[in-house]
Design a protein around this ligand. Structure first.
Ligand SMILES: [Cu+2]
Length: 334
């Protein structure tokens, strides 16, 4: 037991992950369902093959010739039986391998099936966050957000993937397989959620220092909730309603923040960092690194490299009494 213990733990590890909220085996959409089904069929078939092989091995090892038998003697009856047995074994192996290949092909068909219509989003991988643009035939309904994708339940949503620096990979395990985001070309993958929920995803291609903190959330909600969310995201930022927020806004506009970040409806028009127009409405900041609270926003602004070492946001000198109004203003951008 002591010897096989570690192997047993290793063998059972993948099962422990099944119930998590980010697991390819916890499928909530057609593509992820096809993959999870394929996984379990492979496991069942391969486990059966392994058990049968072991049984055959044990039976073979238990066979003994009589001690005085001539080792080179052959018996035509035994030869014939062996030929038949081995032929059957080869045929079964072929059938198994061909069936598994067919199954894998069928799962691919589901994975890359493109249904027309529905929403299309441009998702751009950046070191180390996701820029998300909701496309629309009407230009004034196009908007950009970051790291949090909302989709209506039960509808296919087309994700067009691009990258602005290195190769990233878009992966929301409960909804679909992985797809690379590459500079200079566009890859597409469709996602669909069958049930409402929040599904976590992350970059699945090592892309530098903060690769592990390049998460994203997919929020699947009813059509009405989604439309309400979309209308709110399309609108410009809410103007400050009190003195502290007003002051926070003035501080933001007077600092280099505006060169990188956009807040629609204000003079801040930077396009190289997350759009902050509705940053307070997102569940996290820093691509899933911190929960969006006033305290966390303040901590981020004061020391982004303490939260996410190597991050592409400089530490900007602020007076101590500037931090709170700034954080209050940003947190209020619902
Ligand atoms: Cu990445």
């Amino acid at each position: 037991m002591r010897r096989i213990g570690p192997f047993l733990v290793l063998a059972l590890l993948p099962l422990g992950g099944c119930q998590g909220w980010q697991s390819a085996l916890d499928a909530h959409g057609p593509a992820a369902g096809a993959l999870a089904r394929m996984f379990w069929i492979f496991v069942a078939v391969l486990a059966t093959v392994w058990v049968l092989t072991m049984i055959a091995l044990v039976l073979a090892l238990r066979r003994r010739r009589a001690p005085d038998a001539d080792p080179l003697a052959t018996d035509p009856g035994t030869e014939r039986r062996m030929t038949v047995t081995i032929s059957i074994a080869i045929a079964l192996t072929l059938v198994t391998v061909v069936s598994l290949t067919g199954l894998s092909y069928a799962a691919q068909k589901v994975l890359f099936a493109h249904k027309d219509g529905g929403l299309s989003l441009l998702v751009k991988g950046q070191q180390w966050w996701w820029q998300v643009t909701y496309e629309d035939a009407q230009p004034n309904r196009v908007f950009t957000t970051a790291n949090e994708i909302h989709i209506p339940v039960g509808e296919p949503v087309l994700i067009k993937l691009e990258s602005s620096d290195v190769i990233h990979s878009f992966w929301v395990p409960s909804l679909t397989g992985k797809m690379d985001a590459i500079t200079g070309r566009q890859n597409q993958i469709q996602i669909q959620a069958d049930r409402p929920g929040v599904y976590r995803g992350q970059c699945a291609e090592y892309c530098g220092l903060q690769h592990a903190h390049m998460g994203l959330l997919v929020v699947a909600e009813s059509k009405e909730d989604f439309e309400r969310w979309r209308e709110q995201q399309i609108s410009s930022a809410i103007p400050p309603t009190d003195d502290e927020r007003q002051r926070g806004m003035e501080i933001f506009m007077s600092k280099p923040c505006v060169m990188c970040h956009q807040i629609r409806g204000t003079d801040a028009g930077g396009k190289v960092a997350p759009d902050l127009t509705h940053v307070g409405s997102r569940r996290t900041i820093g691509a899933g690194t911190l929960e969006t609270t006033r305290g966390n926003i303040a901590a981020w602004i004061v020391d982004p490299h303490g939260v996410k070492p190597g991050v592409n946001m400089p530490t900007i000198q602020l007076d101590p009494d500037e931090v709170q109004p700034l954080a209050t203003y940003l947190e209020g951008l619902k």
